[in-house]
Design a protein around this ligand. Structure first.
Ligand SMILES: CC(C)(COP(=O)(O)OP(=O)(O)OC[C@H]1O[C@@H](n2cnc3c(N)ncnc32)[C@H](O)[C@@H]1OP(=O)(O)O)[C@@H](O)C(=O)NCCC(=O)NCCS
Length: 331
């Protein structure tokens, strides 16, 4: 960063959760109305865990929180992280506060052995700050600091192990879902639910939305390569969701999955295995799979033993809109 931040009267701190309750609440009051990170207060209170390290950058003018951002990364294996929650109170903007906070998170990430730091933005003011700090556009609204090479990231060591998704995986989930993957490219073109589930200007929402969607008894598992990257993901979520169940009676589970094209064989095996377990867990019934006319997903569904039960049999509610999708079931 060229200039020193003009932080006259403003104190910058970098704190690891748990933060004092009052401070966590003030930071959330600044950030949530703008960026909709509803989970932030709980994150700052140290309620999200396994294996993840979080640091909050906080600018304070007396008791008032003038600026905020947070970074998070896994403590082991692939040192991949995310930066999010970057907001400066409008009365304090243009003084270098956000630049100094994000730069501080980057320094801490580097010191922890971090290699690739991801973030998402569509705000041109924020983009300039990130670019000055070395972030480069990866795809769409996603930026990455460090040398990101899909080949290096995903294809080293074709052995892999599966485990339940955890907060430490937030960084490695983003590239899996955001690479120009056949089904994701299709979804972005048609603006289908899997991309509409999260606001496109917050790449971190992919992780959060998936996390939330499996709450109330669902499950989410990842297949991780030897180098620590998520190379496949499978989740089963209650369907209809609470919101939908007000209008629909039955309760079922819908599944979703993705694997990196370099890992097609073991990705397919991993999802097959996941489905077997999910079907046992999910009250013994078959899982539903809902998708639109996406060839990749249709082919994948077929190889997993799903057959199409019709279109729009049940609609899926996404951000208040109803989507008529093809419904697949396993015999
Ligand atoms: C984007 C946002 C976080 C920027 O916060 P900020 O604290 O004003 O950012 P900075 O002061 O570091 O940088 C803003 C500008 O002030 C300049 N600046 C002024 N004085 C400065 C100083 N002393 N030191 C460094 N930069 C200074 C910066 O160079 C930058 O210039 P640019 O517009 O030409 O790029 C803020 O506008 C915001 O909260 N927006 C709404 C939420 C949002 O969109 N967040 C981003 C989500 S990804």
């Amino acid at each position: 960063m060229g200039r020193q931040a003009d932080t006259t009267g403003v104190k910058l701190d970098f704190l690891s959760p748990p933060l004092p309750a009052e401070l966590a609440a003030s930071a959330a009051r600044l950030v949530v109305p703008i960026l909709h990170e509803e989970f932030l207060e709980r994150l700052l209170l140290g309620q999200f865990g396994p294996g993840a390290q979080f640091v909050a950058g906080i600018a304070r003018d007396g008791e008032k929180v003038a600026g905020h951002c947070w970074g998070g990364w896994g403590q082991s294996a692939a040192p991949i992280g995310v930066v999010a929650g970057v907001v400066t109170d409008e009365h304090y903007r243009g003084k270098g506060i956000a630049s100094a906070l994000v730069a501080g998170i980057c320094r801490r990430f580097d010191a922890a052995g971090g290699k690739l730091l991801f973030l998402g933005t569509t705000n041109p003011d924020a983009r300039r700050i990130y670019e000055r700090l070395g972030f480069r556009n990866l795809i769409g609204s996603v930026y990455c600091r460090g040398q990101f090479s899909p080949a290096r990231g995903f294809a080293t060591g074709l052995t892999a192990r599966s485990h339940p998704a955890a907060w430490r995986d937030m960084g490695s989930v983003l590239p899996l879902y955001l690479l120009p993957h056949p089904c994701m490219v299709m979804d972005s073109v048609t603006e289908l639910p899997s991309t509409r589930l999260f606001a496109p200007w917050r790449c971190f929402r992919i992780f959060w939305e998936n996390w939330q969607s499996v709450e109330n008894g669902g499950s989410w598992e990842l297949l991780e390569s030897a180098s620590g990257w998520a190379v496949a993901s499978a989740l089963a979520r209650p369907f209809p969701s609470q919101e939908e169940s007000q209008s629909a009676g039955a309760s079922d589970f819908s599944v979703d999955f993705i694997w990196h094209p370099d890992y097609s064989d073991i990705g397919l095996e991993f999802v097959r295995d996941f489905l077997r377990r999910a079907e046992k867990q999910c009250r013994g019934g078959p899982c539903l799979f809902l998708c639109d006319r996406d060839e990749w997903k249709q082919r994948a569904a077929k190889s997993l033993g799903f057959s199409c039960a019709g279109r729009g049999v049940r609609n899926m509610l996404v951000s208040g809109e109803r989507w008529a999708l093809d419904e697949y079931r396993r015999d």
